[in-house]
Design a binder for this molecule. Structure first.
Ligand code: C5P
Length: 229
């Protein structure tokens, strides 16, 4: 395998912030830049994997040499990810998926009217949780990808990460404190603690997102039992 330790592996990475539309020109989104997902996709590409990058709104274009699937909203992202699960070796969900979307998507631009306007929001599907449910209910012995979630937290990082790992049924959670300097949204570096069912698995100090991505893929390979050398 040499310098292409992921040759033959099929992986899917999600990146960016989802866009939840209110009308044709207005939407709700978040500050995710997509940089962490891009770094994960680039690393896997350079290491020989077949990479699908499911991309929501990002700062800048996605990397070359990967299969890019556009998914604007949480629901589009859910469809893009779920339909590909059976063929994948790993899924890393680095996207910041909106938790709520406007209940109504107006077909034409909303007009200004009353002094106040109340927006009703409804929950979006939790994609990571649906992947976990799919894994639990699939046929025994069937192929299923190794699944990594991300958790952007501002407080009580470990408790929230472990709670998400259990609830969403993923194999690893990469948690970062987005309120820390040099971590999270828009930054070129990240500080990540990776949790598995047994607790903290790896503490990655402040590093370029590319180095974080390399350490994460090595960890995935180790835990998924991939032949690496
Ligand atoms: O938003 P939250 O902290 O719950 O996100 C943790 C993980 O769950 C991330 O990997 C994110 O991509 C995923 N997620 C998802 N669908 C949602 C919300 C979050 O897949 N609706």
């Amino acid at each position: 395998r040499g310098d292409r330790p992921m040759a033959g592996r099929r992986v899917l990475v999600t990146a960016g912030g989802t866009v939840e539309r209110l009308d044709p020109v207005r939407y709700i989104t978040n500050d995710s830049s997509g940089k962490m997902g891009f770094a994960l996709a680039e690393t896997a590409r350079d290491w020989g994997a077949d990479v699908t990058l499911v991309c929501a709104r990002t700062d800048g274009p996605p990397p070359a040499g990967v299969r890019v699937v556009r998914a604007e909203s949480a629901e589009e992202m859910r469809d893009a990810v779920m339909s590909r699960l059976p063929e994948l070796d790993a899924v890393v969900k680095a996207a910041a998926v909106a938790d709520y979307r406007p209940a109504v998507r107006h077909p034409s631009k909303m007009k200004k009217g009353s002094e106040t306007l109340t927006l009703e929001l409804v929950k979006t599907p939790d994609i990571l949780q649906q992947i976990g449910e799919w894994k639990r209910t699939r046929e025994p012995g069937g192929k299923a990808p190794f699944v990594v979630g991300f958790a952007a937290e501002t407080d009580d990082v470990e408790r929230h990460a472990m709670e998400k790992l259990a609830r969403k049924g993923c194999d690893l959670i990469a948690a970062n404190d987005v309120s820390a300097e040099g971590a999270g949204f828009g930054a070129d570096t990240n500080i990540v603690n990776v949790y598995g069912a047994e607790g903290l698995v790896e503490a990655i100090p402040q590093s370029a997102k590319r180095s974080v991505a390399e350490r994460l893929w090595r960890l995935v390979a180790l835990r998924a039992g991939w032949d690496w050398t």
